[in-house]
Design a protein around this ligand. Structure first.
Ligand SMILES: [Fe+2]
Length: 448
């Protein structure tokens, strides 16, 4: 008898399967003790195709999963679609040029943050979507008409000024636009920036005085766009560069530094040290060379830009595969000692043998300590939340959703970031939360 071939795309198997219901669960089983000092929401978004399928892992409809913590209790778990045009009309095609150019046509599936009293669900090709504290959609925002194009999924909140520093990239000129939003949510600067071409710029870096753009060889490809495929492909002829610009600067102020060819979706953090700028990044040797499903293994690297010599020193820090790097929000753009990453081994799509870990890098001593979740358990991006009165940079908690293949369900776990103990401080049983991308701890003071 012929074998039955499963035509389900790899990204929609195991815990990639979308969930079909929007739930509100208030009777939550907690193991351990939720710290009373935690008053807010852990929010994380990810792609959850309403139709049940998507051609690429980045194309699913954005669904936000949230847990509300207050007074040592987990008040609720909710999951909600962001009400984009794709939810209202599932026949809308994300690769239709008129849809790509409509800035309200976001999938809102990449990141969710809190800034200036608003919760923003983000995707990199369109406007942000505003959510309320119950994860219901308020609508897209163009910052009172100032934003004319896309807005990155990875803006940075400066812990010193409260500004939201961002950018938008496009397949059409201008390929890159720098965006600066004040602490109270007003877009106060937009600057067109000259890059080598229509590069896919997923994330960027800030320091106390600069922003650093990553102009890398994954570029918009018109031929693929015409065929209705993911329109980004690796280009061996495209130089890899880092562009350093004063935070209030213009295109003319950007200094470019050559680096070896590579791709970086996510930096861990960056900071200034004398004449040098240090960037810790999750680096891939290339991206999407053979196809848009060609993901090589990412590892932690350090780039040190010497602004006096114009050279960049590049150093691999670890050879364990890891992505989704984070630091404490309080040290973004400032010198960090600790960084946290997710290591995910999906065992070729076999959920029972998949395994995950949180890696903690001590960049002062060079040590790494790990929380291993064990066979069948995979976590996501570790979000650091400080304790109420932190004495050290790592005084606080790491939060993520953890999928348990044996139970085919998920847990929200709060881990101790200082001790990196394998036993959670608290663990909240949840319905299954599919694999996703990024999220944040949004303090109750931001939105309630
Ligand atoms: Fe990302």
């Amino acid at each position: 008898m012929a074998a039955v071939l499963d035509s389900t795309p790899a990204h929609l198997r195991g815990n990639g399967r979308p969930v079909t219901e929007e739930l509100t669960v208030t009777d939550l089983q907690v193991t351990g003790s939720i710290p009373k000092e935690l008053d807010g929401r852990y929010l994380r978004t990810g792609p959850n195709p309403l139709s049940g399928t998507s051609d690429h892992p980045f194309f699913g409809d954005g669904m936000t999963h949230g847990v509300r913590l207050r007074d040592g209790q987990a008040e609720w778990y909710k999951n909600r679609y962001v009400q984009t045009p794709f939810i209202k009309d599932p026949s809308v095609n994300i690769l239709d040029p008129s849809v790509m150019m409509d800035m309200t046509s976001s999938k809102a599936n990449t990141h969710v943050i809190g800034h200036a009293g608003k919760i923003l669900a983000l995707e990199e090709g369109h406007f942000p979507y505003v959510l309320d504290g119950d994860l219901d959609t308020v609508g897209p925002t163009d910052f009172d008409g100032v934003l004319k194009g896309s807005f990155t999924a990875h803006p940075k909140i400066c812990p010193v000024t409260g500004e939201l520093l961002a950018f938008g990239y496009s397949a059409m000129e201008p390929y890159l636009r720098y965006l600066r939003v004040s602490a109270d949510g007003e877009m106060v600067q937009t600057e067109n920036i000259t890059v080598g071409g229509p590069t896919m710029m997923h994330d960027f870096n800030i320091t106390e005085n600069y922003v650093i753009f990553m102009d890398l060889p994954a570029c918009f490809n018109m031929e693929l766009a015409m065929k209705g495929e993911m329109p980004i492909r690796w280009d061996d002829s495209y130089p890899a560069r880092l562009g350093v610009m004063p935070r209030n600067g213009t295109d003319a102020d950007v200094t470019w530094y050559d680096i070896s060819s590579c791709y970086v979706f996510h930096p861990m953090n960056s900071y200034e040290e004398g004449d040098k700028i240090v960037l810790d990044v999750a680096r891939f040797s290339h991206m999407w060379r053979e196809s848009s499903m060609d993901f090589p293994s990412p590892e932690l690297w350090r780039w040190t830009i010497d602004t006096k010599t114009g050279k960049v020193h590049e150093e691999q820090i670890d050879d364990r595969s890891a992505e989704f790097p984070r630091v404490a929000d309080s040290v973004i753009g400032l010198k960090h000692r600790y960084g946290y990453m997710a290591s995910q081994d999906f065992a070729g799509g076999d959920p029972a043998n998949a395994s995950g870990a949180i890696l903690k890098y001590d960049r002062e001593t060079g040590a790494r300590s790990d929380i291993e979740f064990g066979r069948g358990c995979v976590g996501g991006e570790p979000v650091f939340v400080p304790s109420a009165d932190p004495q050290n940079e790592d005084d606080g908690y790491l939060m993520t959703y953890l999928y348990d293949a044996d139970a085919d369900s998920s847990r929200f776990v709060i881990m101790d970031a200082a001790s990196m103990d394998n036993t959670p401080v608290a663990s909240v049983d949840l319905p299954r939360v599919p694999n996703g991308f990024h999220g944040s701890w949004v303090d109750a003071s931001v939105a309630d």
